[in-house]
Design a protein around this ligand. Sequence first.
Ligand SMILES: [Fe+2]
Length: 213
Amino acid sequence: MAPLSEQPDWLYLLRDYHETFGTGSSGGSDAIRSHRRRVREALNRVVQADPPILGRQPADKPVTAHLGRALDLAADGPLATMAATLRRLTGQFTWEWGYERVPRTLAQRYAYCELAGPNGPVHAERIVLGLVLLAPGTTYPQHSHTEIEESYVSLAGAWSENDAAVYAPGSLIFNKPQQAHRITVGERAPCLLAYAWLGPPARLAAPGMTFGR
Ligand SMILES: [Fe+2]
């Protein structure tokens, strides 16, 4: 399996993530500043290790029919460079549902794909990176992540978390471990989020996703 350094689009994607977590403001939040710094440090370690790109079987889900539109919208937003890199890699993405039980309506409207982590494609043990794609008008039910802190960076769409605010492309939302969150998406556009997880390697390898009640 060819290493990261020989597959430049995957390397550029990590650089795009690094840039996203390096530039811009933390909004005065020490917790977010610390999270962003630790994401960059984890990314630096991955690049230095030059890990293999693990070949995974590409897979689509019904919602991936919205990916083209989401990337079109992202191309006009603040993460246009990352969107262009993602577009070059789309044929290699493995879209999944992740949960043991997925409500039937959600199965039509939601999927995620991992970009880096214990299962690859870019092998990493201390960080997981991925995309979440949600169709217009979707509610992603309440969930939380045990021992894992998470940030979502918005590439496309208008969305809300816990009815707290409306987030536009370029926004970063931070969820502490165990913090329950529920996402809703506006009616006109799909929502594409890039996420980053930090946590104990054993937990990142087996996150055990379940929906709350
Ligand atoms: Fe989450």
